[in-house]
Design a protein around this ligand. Structure first.
Ligand SMILES: Cc1ncc(COP(=O)(O)O)c(C=O)c1O
Length: 368
């Protein structure tokens, strides 16, 4: 069969699907610009610059049961997450990164022609997961400071609406959504997914409210605050009925044993990890002040571990490329509602210093 023949057999909505663009690996850049990988400053994927708890690496080095499948019911893992969140195990399911749960939830609710309300600009996986299922995106534009317009969201609800997606803090803008605004939307009765991937940095969460509603779902992750992005461990807090449905549709061994060990050890080292979160939040504010001094960039206040900036003079793509040539990775955007912008992850103080120095050099090249 020719490759055109294969295309005819593939689901039509997937043939034209725009894929999600993931970050470049430090190894790839190091090879490209011929520098040691350790010298790369990676600020493009909102990862934790301090890494994970040292307890995790120690425990993984001697973990004896790599030959045994993980527990598909996630009994110990959910008990640990109950201890961390204060929400009962019947509300909890864990996943291979929280993006797997975004995928599963959309799988549960959205089919061909169903409407999904998405507050743009936001995390692109929301679009990707919806389009993958043939769902219809109903896009509600955020205001000029990237706040969600609650009335516009409510006005967008139709009989076909299956779910409303809200990220707080929002990626890539870092904007928080106040809990009363979230609850006003939850009060419509439509299923609402609140993605709180950065909650440990913002200090805001509606996790505790899930048990009072049958349509509120919250996603959290260990990728950011606990430095476990590479191990892939996320979880969600759901009404028990939705937890049951998610368990029915997930693949049996969706969370691996290393991730379980990592959660166990991270939660034993919580003071250390939350100390790192505090350092990142303090560094975010210092980075913000430094970025504000660059007249050609406009940074937006952030409650996450990254800062979104629009480029007032120059081209975001060029700036990203020039930084990359100096071994610094940031994310850039140039698409509708995210015109000429960069997103910078918060690193260690020395990363901020190197970035600001590089931005001054790049700024000189732009104006010169
Ligand atoms: C808003 C948001 N949700 C979810 C994720 C996915 O996180 P993970 O799959 O690593 O848990 C990210 C990652 O950047 C994110 O920004």
């Amino acid at each position: 069969m020719t490759s055109e023949g294969i295309e005819r057999l593939i689901r039509s909505e997937l043939v034209t699907l725009g894929s999600y663009v993931a970050s470049k690996s430090a190894q790839t850049l190091a090879r490209e610009i011929e520098v040691p990988v350790e010298s790369i400053i990676k600020l493009d994927a909102n990862e934790n610059p301090y890494g994970c708890s040292p307890r995790v690496s120690q425990a993984l080095a001697t973990y004896p049961y790599l030959n045994i499948y993980p527990d598909s019911e996630q009994i110990e893992l959910r008990k640990l997450l109950e201890g961390y969140t204060g929400v009962g195990v019947e509300h909890i399911m864990a996943s291979n990164g929280s993006d797997q749960l975004i995928d599963l939830i959309l799988h549960l609710f959205v089919g061909q022609g169903d409407e999904v309300i998405n507050c743009i600009p936001t995390f692109d996986i929301f679009r990707f997961g919806t389009e993958m299922r043939g769902g219809t995106l109903v896009e509600v534009r955020r205001d000029e400071n990237f706040a969600v317009n609650v009335n516009a969201v409510k006005a967008a609800i139709t009989k076909k609406t299956k779910i409303i997606l809200l990220a707080t803090p929002n990626n890539p803008t870092g904007t928080i959504m106040p809990p009363p605004d979230i609850l006003e939307i939850v009060d419509t009765g439509v299923p609402v997914l609140v993605d709180e991937a950065y909650a440990e940095f913002s200090g805001e969460t509606v996790t505790q409210l899930v048990s009072q509603y049958n349509n509120l779902m919250v996603l959290r992750t260990f990728s950011k605050w606990a430095g476990l992005a590479g191990l892939r461990i996320g979880y969600g807090i759901f009404p028990p009925k939705i937890t049951d449905f998610l368990f029915r549709i997930k693949l049996p061994y969706n969370v691996n044993v290393a991730a379980l060990v990592a959660v166990r050890e991270s939660l034993k080292d919580i003071d250390y990890l939350l100390g790192r979160v505090k350092a990142i939040v303090a560094e975010r504010e210092r980075l913000f002040e430094q970025l504000k001094k660059l007249k050609w960039l406009k940074p937006f206040p952030s409650r996450a571990n990254f800062i979104f900036c629009t480029v007032l003079n120059g081209k975001a793509g060029e700036i990203q490329q020039k930084l990359q040539n100096k071994g610094i990775l940031v994310r850039y955007f140039d698409k509708p509602l995210l015109r000429n912008a960069i997103r910078i992850g918060v690193g260690k103080p020395e990363h901020t210093d190197a970035l600001i120095k590089a931005l001054h050099e790049v700024g000189g090249e732009i104006s010169g």
